[in-house]
Ligand binder design. Structure first.
Ligand code: SF4
Length: 711
């Protein structure tokens, strides 16, 4: 007789949270998960995991899971339970009805980085082959879309150049706008291990994060720049490298476009980027910029890791290009221990990017406007395809407010909570005639939906995820889907109900189809992954078991050379002012994950029951704010209330919060400014004022006695 917690079965799968993509062994008993253990064979985690992967799995059987399809004719009506057949027919009629009334391009779809590669592929196929347009986007739009654009422009591939273990060969580690010890903990531990072994750690981040300073890991240089000045500071670093002759000319001449290097060299040599000029503008000591530049250029192996602190800016793509430029100039690509590596937030955000969930490219980042590429998909899918790029997610919302875009299929996303300028998103939702949401729970977006289809969690389905190091791993079904269908099966049913006849035996057959149409995934199959465990793309005839390090001999550009992009600094128009004198920036903590949808339905909630506002004691005292007091945070776009906590991690003039709780309404504050190239929102810079909730209107903090606060 087994003991109560003794497992009857175990299944190896992938963590559903961050982009590290840890292999986990799920142990079950009587159809329920009793334990989640880090998998020793996992190539991205080697038997380690963090508190999210290990403990935050209870969400899958939370009492408020959506267990049956719900439908209604208008959003002011109560929900009505429906069978799968009725709900799918209702959905198909609703979406087709919008198209009949308003045109083929009046609807679109959004996919999620929490879904599998197979589901993401099928969702973009739904938009293209069944809706008949390219109105498809995904949540990478609001996080790492600048990575795709900026790295493709410089080094030809919008993905990590290395595998995680490559950091163990790095002599210098430059972390920009990321906090891996909280956001990507297992990789963060590897980074700390390398620093303890003697590598130099350089960090550029407005906040003194745990990565900057903890008992076992200290950065040699920390540039606590003013939010919004990334490009200025990175150009200043480049200025030092160029003007002090620290670049590797032999590498640039052999592997890069030399005339573009000369143009870039001229740009960053401009005196405005000299540390003595740029440093004070960014709130930095010029000598610290010089030290960081010299250490990075000296290597011999220097590796860059970066996160949303680079991408979520009005110059997000420019910031990514700055990093590509630096690595090329210093010859830090094409071997172990170097490279440029985006730390992807969600478990499958790399897959979401690779598999065509963009309005302008098919899977493998190939343009919908390219007749040859389009013909290959038309042959594969058996339909004529729209050659015009579709709408990006923010443009869908704009068009909805304007009345041209009237229906949406949203898979596993909560844009009302997650996207910037919440009031605008709500106006867009209200204006649409037919919104379909497929999700695990009711959420902020479901308030505006006409159909709510039960989603299946990563624990309930088969497929693959692609992690931040391009590693494709098997997601295996641990427990049956609570509502009976995996997400990919629902999409296939919807395709058929909308008149596109198609069937797949299982998720493995979907992978084979996407592999046949996606060169970098062409060698992938469930069989291969059973045999080798996981594989980093490209997986193809040349590399049948995958590719750990990219750019060994050439860059994937037409001439094989890397190039330098001009990265002039254009300050964001979101600036502090007399009325909004502080700059708000955001981030994550270890125990929670993104909007908290899953982690808040687990015991991890005990560790982070609410989001708080970190504020320097100087700014707090000047406003009469006590430590732990509730405050009103207001921006030009909205306001919310948070608990203020004195913090030495932020400089005066900067405040910081996490965004794991919907009640915090942090996105009520954020602007609709976005990256010039990709529309990635400028989440990381919002001018705000913070006042005591109790303070009478119009009484500024300066008038409140500091002595009262300190009493
Ligand atoms: Fe690994 Fe990230 Fe999951 Fe933690 S959240 S277990 S680091 S994949």
């Amino acid at each position: 007789m087994p003991l109560p917690l003794q497992p009857e079965r175990s299944v190896v799968t992938v963590c559903a949270y961050c982009g590290v993509g840890c292999g986990l062994e799920a142990q079950t008993r009587a159809g329920r998960i009793v334990r989640m253990l880090p998998w020793k064979e996992g190539k991205s985690n080697h038997g380690h995991s963090c508190v999210k992967g290990r403990f935050a799995y209870d969400y899958y059987h939370a009492p408020d899971r959506v267990r049956t399809p719900l439908i209604r004719d208008s959003i002011d009506q109560p929900w009505r339970e429906a069978s799968w057949d009725e709900a799918i027919a209702f959905t198909a009629q609703g979406l087709r009805g919008v198209q009949q009334r308003h045109g083929v391009r009046s609807i679109g779809a959004v996919s999620s980085s929490r879904c599998t590669n197979e589901e993401i592929y099928l969702t973009q196929k739904l938009a293209r082959a069944v809706f008949g347009n390219n109105n498809i986007d995904n949540c990478a739009r609001i996080c790492h879309s600048p990575t795709q654009f900026g790295l493709s422009a410089t080094i030809g591939a919008g993905a990590a150049s290395q595998h995680f273990d490559s950091i163990l060969q790095a002599d210098v580690i430059l972390v920009v706008g990321a906090n891996p010890t909280e956001g990507h903990p297992v990789f963060g531990s590897l980074l700390k291990r390398r620093v303890r072994q003697g590598a130099t750690l350089l960090v550029i981040d407005p906040r003194r994060t745990e990565t900057v300073s903890s008992p076992h890991c200290q950065a040699t240089v920390h540039l606590a720049l003013r939010p919004g000045t990334n490009v200025l500071v990175l150009n200043s670093v480049a200025h030092v490298i160029v003007t002090e002759g620290l670049y590797r000319e032999a590498f640039v001449r052999e592997r890069c476009e030399w005339p573009e290097f000369e143009r870039w060299q001229a740009l960053v040599s401009d005196p405005r980027y000299a540390p003595e000029v740029a440093g004070p503008e960014a709130g930095l000591d010029p000598e610290a910029i010089r030290t960081l530049a010299r250490r990075y250029a000296a290597g011999p192996n220097s590796a860059i890791y970066y996160g949303l602190g680079v991408t979520e800016h009005s110059q997000g793509s420019t910031g990514v290009m700055c990093l590509g430029n630096l690595a090329l100039a210093c010859g830090m690509l094409g071997r172990e221990g170097v490279g440029v590596n985006p730390l992807r937030g969600q478990g499958n955000v790399q897959g979401g990017s690779c598999l065509g969930s963009w309005p302008h490219v098919y899977s493998g980042y190939r343009f919908v406007s390219d007749p040859e590429v389009r013909a290959s998909f038309e042959a594969g899918w058996g339909v004529a395809l729209d050659p015009e790029p579709g709408l990006r997610l923010p443009n869908m919302f704009d068009a909805a407010v304007g009345g041209d875009f009237r229906g949406m299929f949203i898979m596993g996303e909560d844009p009302v909570q997650s996207d910037p300028n919440q009031n605008h998103v709500i106006a867009a939702m209200r204006n649409m005639e037919f919104v379909v949401l497929q999700d695990l729970y009711r959420n902020e977006t479901s308030k505006y939906a006409h159909v709510l289809l039960p989603g299946s969690s990563a624990l309930e389905k088969d497929g693959t995820f692609t992690n931040a190091e391009r590693r494709v791993s098997r997601v295996r079904q641990v427990v049956p889907p609570l509502a009976g269908l995996q997400d990919w099966e629902v999409v296939v049913r919807l395709m058929n109900a909308m008149g596109y006849a198609t069937q797949y035996r299982d998720a493995g057959e979907v992978l084979l189809e996407l592999a046949s149409l996606t060169p970098a995934y062409s060698g992938l199959s469930f069989e291969l992954l059973e045999r080798v465990g996981s594989a980093q793309w490209p997986v193809d005839a040349k590399a049948p078991e995958g590719t750990e390090v990219l750019h060994l001999e050439r860059f994937p550009r037409a001439n094989g050379l890397g190039t330098f992009m001009l990265t002039g600094y254009v300050p964001t128009t979101e600036r502090s002012s007399e009325r909004y004198p502080l700059l708000l920036t955001t981030g994550r903590i270890l125990t929670q994950y993104n909007a908290g949808t899953q982690t808040r339905r687990s015991a991890n909630s005990q560790w982070h029951p609410e989001d708080v506002l970190e504020i320097s004691a100087a700014d707090a005292i000047a406003r009469g704010i006590r430590d732990g007091e509730q405050v009103q945070v207001s921006s030009r776009f909205g306001s919310t209330q948070l608990k203020a906590v004195y913090s030495q991690r932020v400089n005066p003039g900067v405040v910081y919060t996490t965004f794991h709780h919907a009640e915090s309404r942090v996105n009520a504050l954020t602007s609709d400014r976005s990256d010039w190239a990709t529309n990635c929102p400028e989440y990381k810079v919002t001018a705000v004022e913070v006042l005591r909730v109790a303070a009478p209107a119009g009484v500024s903090a300066a008038s409140t006695q500091a002595s009262e606060v300190l009493a």
